[in-house]
Design a protein around this ligand. Structure first.
Ligand SMILES: Nc1ncnc2c1ncn2[C@@H]1O[C@H](COP(=O)(O)OP(=O)(O)O)[C@@H](O)[C@H]1O
Ligand SMILES: [Mg+2]
Length: 319
């Protein structure tokens, strides 16, 4: 069953350069209890998509069409008041840099407790809950650590605090936008492991955003690949790894850093993500695509189901 259904979502930033179509008719679902990964290079519209789910797109961004169904209710139609109660309580969000979300002048414990008090939990119970949460996110010496200020903790610890703070209110969906990008690989692996563990314990769905297919492999049940504001492929992680269909997906997977095998330098995809004020005609990936043919620059490929639960938008998706 779907917790979240994003349907034909379009988001535009009106800039001096013109209209930047950061998200162009994007559709995907997040099922109850699953970890869904949105993957793509920087500038493809992943964060904009995520922020729209909280209705927090910065100016001059506007949602121009589409639906965001959360438990069947279109979040684009609810009042600002109702949206306020959904943020944090129903949908929590963590970012690459926890310091952007933590207040430097309060202890991390106070900040967790503050969220619980919003839900009318008695103060003493909230402090006990905060300590339990710190145990859940595997912060040792939880009774001491709740009294730390954010700057006294390491980057990995701060991200644990953020995860705990968000989960403490039992949201149905946790959005994690590049949650481990700023961390070194060992800590990164621990945080991913923690997220997997806690989604079971808290019965939360997770939407994780990353530019790294290695993280997708590590954590996701299903994956959506975004390129230049478009969703180009969606499917089960096993299917996508076994049988990637879109050339962008294939190249992005190849660009995976192979730490274990000593294969020399990291492959990157030649060229850059286009300026979304002037996206290429036809398939937006065609200027960088090694398989492009005439039709690719002329018409936009439809996003179609190529096998059960596996969708792809490519004129050459058959090979
Ligand atoms: N505040 C903004 N003003 C203008 N354009 C923006 C703004 N935020 C994002 N964009 C545009 O939206 C596109 C997608 O950005 P973003 O969602 O941050 O991508 P990603 O998270 O995949 O790196 C970018 O190419 C950028 O041009
Ligand atoms: Mg981003």
């Amino acid at each position: 069953m779907n917790l979240l259904s994003v349907d034909d979502l379009a988001i535009t930033f009106e800039t001096q350069e013109g209209s930047v179509k950061a998200v162009d008719k994007v559709s995907f679902d997040v099922k109850k209890g699953e970890i869904f990964a949105l993957v793509g290079e920087s500038g493809c519209g992943k964060s904009t998509t995520a922020l729209s789910l909280m209705r927090l797109i910065p100016e001059p961004g506007k949602i121009t069409s589409g639906k965001i169904l959360f438990e069947g209710k279109d979040l684009l139609n609810v009042s600002e008041n109702e949206m306020y109660s959904i943020r944090g309580k129903q949908i929590g969000m963590i970012f690459q840099n926890p310091l952007d979300s933590l207040n430097p002048v309060y202890t991390v414990g106070q900040q967790v407790v503050e969220g619980l008090l919003i839900d009318n939990m008695p103060k003493q119970e909230a402090w006990q809950r905060a300590i339990d949460i710190f145990d859940d996110v595997k912060i040792s010496d939880s009774t001491q650590r709740v009294n730390s200020f954010p700057h006294e903790l390491s980057g990995g610890m701060r991200q644990r605090v953020m995860i705990g703070m968000m989960l403490s209110r039992n949201p149905k969906l946790l959005i994690a936008d590049e949650p481990t990008t700023a961390l070194d690989v060992t800590i990164q692996a621990q945080i991913l492991e923690l997220l997997k563990e806690l989604r079971e314990k808290y019965n939360t769905s997770i939407l994780v955003i990353t530019h790294d297919f290695g993280i997708v492999a590590e954590i996701a049940d299903r994956v959506g690949v975004m390129y230049a504001g478009k969703m180009v492929e969606v499917g089960d992680v096993y299917k996508i790894f076994e049988n990637p269909s879109h050339p962008y997906t294939k190249l992005l997977m190849k660009a995976l850093p192979r730490i274990t095998k000593n294969q020399g330098r990291l492959e990157t995809i030649p060229g850059n993500v286009p300026n979304l004020a002037k996206p290429p005609t036809g398939c937006r990936f065609h200027p960088r695509c090694p398989f492009a043919i005439d039709v690719c620059s002329k018409s936009q490929p439809e996003f179609i189901e190529i096998e059960e639960g596996h969708l792809c938008a490519c004129h050459r998706g058959e090979f």
